[in-house]
Design a protein around this ligand. Structure first.
Ligand code: PEP
Length: 252
């Protein structure tokens, strides 16, 4: 299973140092078959590299990655910058990037293609709004978000081997309103169908669930065969709590 921490714009320098140092010492993050990933703010890439590079299998990455090589894009981060700090991962298309930075499916497709071409593993976030869910449009919204990326990757002949999908219903992120097991299982099944019918079928891309996952609800979510891990916001900010969640995922 992949358990990924999305710190967003949280933790002071001291808190980040404590978290990464403590996490690097916890055996749970080094267990065979388990992958922990820390999506840290860009200003902590150097810290993550220094602490985690000697800690074996723990991954770290950026919360975004621009689609261009370099240039006049104030405030943005390139794939080469991530790679320069040992990042192996990029988080792309998070609903907060879609909402506050007005990222479109097309732009997310370009970012995903660029990051994959550069050799990064990409966690691509998809998710429907509450209004979409209430109107019964959830499957169509997710298909639309995914297809735009998959079609573009096929056009560009970019392999999907390093693509991980995170299903994150927008109404469940940071709200405490976790999706029901049936909603998660149904949507993961739908995403698997969309992946399988894409031009580049055949790779067994993991599908993570994200949205108010914590130590209380983790066990039942991880018990679903369709769930390949979790993308975790709030419950990832404390090293011990995040490690507990990783422990729970390994007890599946
Ligand atoms: C997220 O930010 O991707 C997320 C799932 O947040 P939370 O776990 O806090 O809902």
């Amino acid at each position: 299973m992949i358990i990924a921490a999305n710190w967003k714009m949280n933790l002071s320098r001291e808190q980040a140092l404590h978290h990464l140092t403590r996490s690097s010492q916890l055996d749970i993050h080094h267990a065979p078959g388990h992958q922990s990933v820390f999506f840290v703010p860009a200003c902590y890439f150097g810290m993550a590299e220094e602490i985690l590079s000697s800690a074996g299998a723990i991954g770290w990455g950026g919360q975004d990655c621009h689609q261009d090589e370099a240039g006049a894009f104030t405030g943005d981060i390139s794939a080469d910058m991530l790679l320069g700090f040992g990042c192996g991962w990029a988080l792309i298309g998070h609903s907060e990037r879609r909402q506050y930075h007005f990222e479109t499916d097309r732009q997310i497709a370009h970012k995903t293609a660029h990051a994959l071409k550069k050799g990064l593993r990409v966690v691509l976030c998809v998710g429907e709004s509450l209004a979409d869910r209430q109107a019964g449009n959830n499957d169509a919204v997710i298909s639309g978000q995914l297809d735009t990326v998959l079609v573009y990757l096929a056009e560009q002949s970019v392999s999907t081997a390093n693509l991980v999908i995170a299903y994150e219903p927008v109404w469940a992120i940071g709200t405490g309103n976790v999706a029901s097991l049936a909603q998660i299982d149904d949507m993961h099944g739908h995403i698997r169908d969309v992946l399988d019918s894409a031009a580049q079928a055949g790779t067994d891309n993991p599908i993570l669930y994200g949205g108010s996952v914590n130590e209380t609800n983790g066990a039942e979510i991880f018990s679903l065969g369709s769930v390949g891990g979790a993308l975790v916001g709030g419950a990832s900010l404390d090293a011990e709590k995040f490690a507990s969640l990783c422990t729970i995922s390994q007890q599946k």
